[in-house]
Design a protein. Structure first.
Length: 136
């Protein structure tokens, strides 16, 4: 029957159009949540954030159109990477200090190492330089 062929053709065209529309919507409105970098197993953690930090996380999440959790994971990953880089820099500096023979260079490298160590100590003590067991 010619009427059925027309109906089947229109239905097939309609289904193709719907499928193409879904692809367009998915391509423009879907955001990547899992990129393969995150581990498959997850551990739940409960973290209390100070209000100013929580507001910053909310602001970042809103501007990136992402979840608070994803922003926190990214910030933690960046912090871990920064800490590893700081440790690597310190050990490279210590190696240069050990291999230095020029007294001026030894002094300069020793000062740099001391500055790095004191910065870490101050960061851990909320900006206050204090030594355990020493009275002020």
């Amino acid at each position: 029957m010619p009427g059925n062929d027309l109906f089947d053709g229109l239905r097939l065209r309609f289904l193709k159009d719907v499928f193409l529309l879904q692809e367009v919507v998915n391509a423009t409105c879907t955001k990547l949540v899992y990129n393969g970098a995150m581990p498959v197993t997850k551990h739940r953690r409960s973290v209390s954030l100070p209000v100013p930090i929580a507001k910053q996380v909310d602001r970042i999440a809103k501007s990136e159109r992402s979840s608070d959790n994803r922003v926190l994971v990214e910030l933690i990953e960046l912090g871990i990477e920064a800490r590893k880089q700081r440790e690597k820099t310190f050990f490279e500096l210590a190696e240069r200090f050990r291999n230095a023979s020029d007294p001026e260079e030894v002094k300069r490298l020793g000062d740099e190492m001391g500055l790095m160590a004191f910065k870490d100590l101050m960061r851990k003590n909320s900006g206050k330089l204090s030594f355990a067991g020493c009275d002020e």
